[in-house]
Design a binder for this molecule. Structure first.
Ligand code: ADP
Ligand code: MG
Length: 339
């Protein structure tokens, strides 16, 4: 039997918290499903654990680390002061403390969050990425001629499809300008415009640090979307159940892929994982064209760990059931060398 550990589960909160904050009401809600699933798994695994949610006060975290002396932090804090760009800063703080934690370190989080930099690194290493351009906030930059329509205009550093709707898909210079301006104004942040890659939308889950395990591939299918319409995992497509029903959107295991293509996808995703210096676990989003060309869309270190989300579903398909999956993530966190 592996030794049981003393673990601090770290969450983010959307409003200021205290050290002994009672989160039992929150943990019953859908928004806190992942947190609740993780606590239940840690309990089943026999670990000793406490939890802390932070909003904008790192001193709370310092106090908790000092008083509780956890052997590991299970890191589920992916925003700070409601800002999702700060996940890497929280992790940097943990790195300074020297306390082991689960998931990705600050370098991997930073590289993956910035959709331009991750594509430059991968493009340099000859992994297929969509042609793109970054348009800094405040700039009224026209479309570079090398960038061909249709184009998808996205926030440079967002997640969960924030700022992505059907209007993100643009086919003229007029639409391009409008959408860039809209995003600059709405988010106050930089924008990335990418050539739209038509193809199947695949999600590949990986676990590990040096030796990597790739789980069975998931796919988002757009059953009721007409063939000539763009197929995009917009904000609504991810989070609005009504909308998903109406358009027949379903996350399921990818069927009918040529085994040789599956192997190629697995190899490519392992390379991506290493090139972007990801630790622990990640989900990589790809597009597979009709010619079986594999395009990188995005890497998600620390993907959502709720038991019913793609990552845990993929692991379960590979016979790694939920509490065991969580234990593997715990052990990997314990053994990660942070620099
Ligand atoms: N270049 C592209 N070509 C085709 N579809 C894309 C492209 N970029 C993004 N998408 C679609 O938009 C979705 C969200 O984009 P993504 O970059 O993953 O943003 P987020 O980080 O918000 O998830 C993708 O899952 C995919 O459906
Ligand atoms: Mg994505």
């Amino acid at each position: 039997m592996k030794p049981k550990l003393k673990i601090l589960a770290l969450f983010d909160a959307i409003a200021p918290t205290t050290l002994d904050q009672d989160l039992s009401a929150e943990l019953k809600t859908d928004d806190w499903k992942t947190e609740a699933n993780i606590l239940a798994a840690l309990g089943e695994l026999g670990h000793t654990f406490e939890h802390l949610a932070i909003f904008d006060d790192l001193d709370l975290l310092r106090q908790k680390i000092q008083s509780y002396e956890p052997e590991l932090i299970f890191n589920l804090a992916d925003q700070f002061k409601n800002n999702r760009a700060f996940d890497q800063n929280i992790v940097s703080y943990l790195e300074l403390h020297g306390v082991p934690f689960t998931g990705c370190g600050s370098t991997g989080l930073t590289l993956c969050k910035q959709k331009g930099i991750s594509k430059k690194i991968l493009g340099y290493h000859r992994i297929r990425v969509p042609e793109f351009t970054v348009i800094p906030r405040g700039k009224r930059q026209a479309r570079p001629k090398r960038l061909k329509f249709p184009i998808l205009v996205k926030p440079l550093k967002e997640e969960a499809s924030y700022g992505i709707s059907q209007a993100s898909f643009v086919e003229t210079d007029e639409q391009f300008k409008e959408r860039v301006q809209f995003l600059h104004e709405k988010t106050g942040n930089d924008v990335i415009a990418e050539e739209y890659i038509e193809g199947r939308e695949l999600y590949v889950s990986l676990l590990g640090n040096h030796r990597l395990q790739v789980f069975p591939i998931r796919e988002l299918v757009f059953q009721e979307v007409p063939p000539d319409e763009p197929k995009i995992a917009t904000y609504k497509a991810k989070w609005d159940e009504e909308y998903r029903k109406r358009w027949g959107l379903q996350n399921r295991f990818a069927e009918g892929l040529d085994p040789a293509v599956v192997r190629q996808i697995e190899q490519t995703c392992k390379r991506i994982y290493r090139l972007l210096t990801i630790d622990g676990y990640a989900r990589i989003d790809l597009r597979l064209t009709a010619n079986n060309e594999i395009y990188f869309i995005e890497a998600n270190p620390n993907p959502i760990l709720a038991a019913d989300e793609d990552f845990a579903q993929s692991a379960a398909k590979a016979s790694l059931l939920y509490p065991q999956l969580i234990d593997r993530i715990v052990r990997l966190g314990l053994n990660t060398v942070r620099d």
